[in-house]
Design a protein around this ligand. Sequence first.
Ligand SMILES: [Mg+2]
Length: 232
Amino acid sequence: MSKYRHLFFDLDRTLWDMELNAKETLAELFDRYELQKRGVASSDIFIEHYNRYNDLLWDRYRRKLIDKATLRALRFKQTLAHLGIHDNKLSEQFDVDYITEAPQKKKLLPGTIEMLDSLQSNFKFHIITNGFPEVQHHKIANCGLGKYFEIVITSEGCGYSKPDPKIFSHALKKSGATAEESLMIGDDLAVDIVGARKAGWDQVFFNPAKGSHDEKVTHEISDLKELVTILK
Ligand SMILES: [Mg+2]
């Protein structure tokens, strides 16, 4: 029998398919605001640039170099400016639409529901996410994950972001779990896995692309259904 009782999941790219859901939303915005007529060759080019600026800004946000308002104000503004469109009103509109519409998308990583269904009688499930609370709670409700999870911890709600060990101690306090019986499952080595390890938890690195790395991890999987085998 597994020593673990509490499974803490990351949300974006671990359960909620960020890549597909974001891509679908951004492609719709590309069409809605007729970016092709404004000189952007394709939605793929728009999405590629958006991802680059968004990743850079998220990295700065996690390191507390910029706040959330700045992140939101800049990601579309910088993307559009890079593509030759200097239009503050339009970038604000993109941000509002994106924040409203992306969380309504429902695509989950393959095997999410099957994995949760087969483990739910033996474990308590929780989420630890660095995403914005107003967005993450909508995502969880819209894609049918709400009924599985007891505690949802967002970095903004608790004041610390992964990989800070403080968010992991906060998670233990909220859930009544101990570090020994807790397992963190996430796709981000530096954020989810190193963070949990520093907090004294075991970890499962979800690495669907099977990318190579030098970190010491407790378990590694490339498909969510392998979690069921690990936890037998
Ligand atoms: Mg993630």
